[in-house]
Design a protein around this ligand. Structure first.
Ligand code: NI
Length: 200
């Protein structure tokens, strides 16, 4: 997912796609599947073994890819791996002081539990739907549980943008892309037309 508005993507062109992050695996910028690819519509399998070299390598590639593309989150199916693994995080940006910070999180085998009935619509983008934005309804508050890469339990209650990002990423694990949730397709379009002058 991309935050709205997003940070400038100026680093992409000069980005070195191969950076050594461990002695065993070289993190790679992986191609992101685009809407229309049937793999994005699959339900992902749960992870059964934690803290393995394969899982570490997957997370390194996901991190590398999300950073290079200035994403706020990425789900494993977006790079062609049908496993219940998502990462997300938004650091504070002085250019967008209103954008909420979301701690960098690795979330595996997640379970979401909405709290209350409140639904809010806001603009979302997705690395698998490049150049587009849509107005998407999400639960305002929710509890999410799951595991980190070592298998340690995660249990958080969040709201607002953090809750939105988690719902967007976990949707990817269930084969759901945000355009499928837009209530009125008049609120779906090209970013440069909807938000002229805003960095993408
Ligand atoms: Ni997405």
């Amino acid at each position: 997912m991309w935050p709205a508005p997003v940070r400038a993507a100026a680093s992409v062109a000069s980005h070195d796609s191969r950076v050594t992050v461990s002695s065993h695996h070289i993190a790679m910028l992986r191609p992101v599947l685009k809407m229309g690819d049937p793999l994005l519509l699959q339900v992902a399998r749960p992870v059964e073994k934690f803290d393995t070299p394969e899982l570490r390598a997957l997370l390194q590639d996901m991190h590398e890819t999300m950073e290079a593309l200035n994403g706020a989150g990425l789900a494993a199916p977006q790079i062609g791996v049908s496993q219940q693994v998502v990462i997300f995080g938004v650091s504070r940006n002085p250019r967008y002081p209103q954008a909420e910070e979301v701690p960098y999180t690795v979330l595996i085998n997640p379970q979401l539990e909405p709290i209350g009935e409140e639904i809010e619509e806001d603009w979302e983008g997705c690395l698998s739907v490049p150049g587009m934005r849509g107005l998407v309804p999400r639960h305002v508050r929710l509890r999410y549980r799951g595991f980190d890469q070592q298998g340690g339990a995660i249990d958080r209650t969040v709201s607002g943008f953090h809750a939105r990002v988690v719902q967007h990423e976990v949707d990817h694990l269930n084969g759901i892309l945000y355009p499928m949730r837009i209530r009125d397709l008049r609120n779906f379009g090209f970013n440069e037309t909807l938000f002229p002058g805003v960095d993408d």
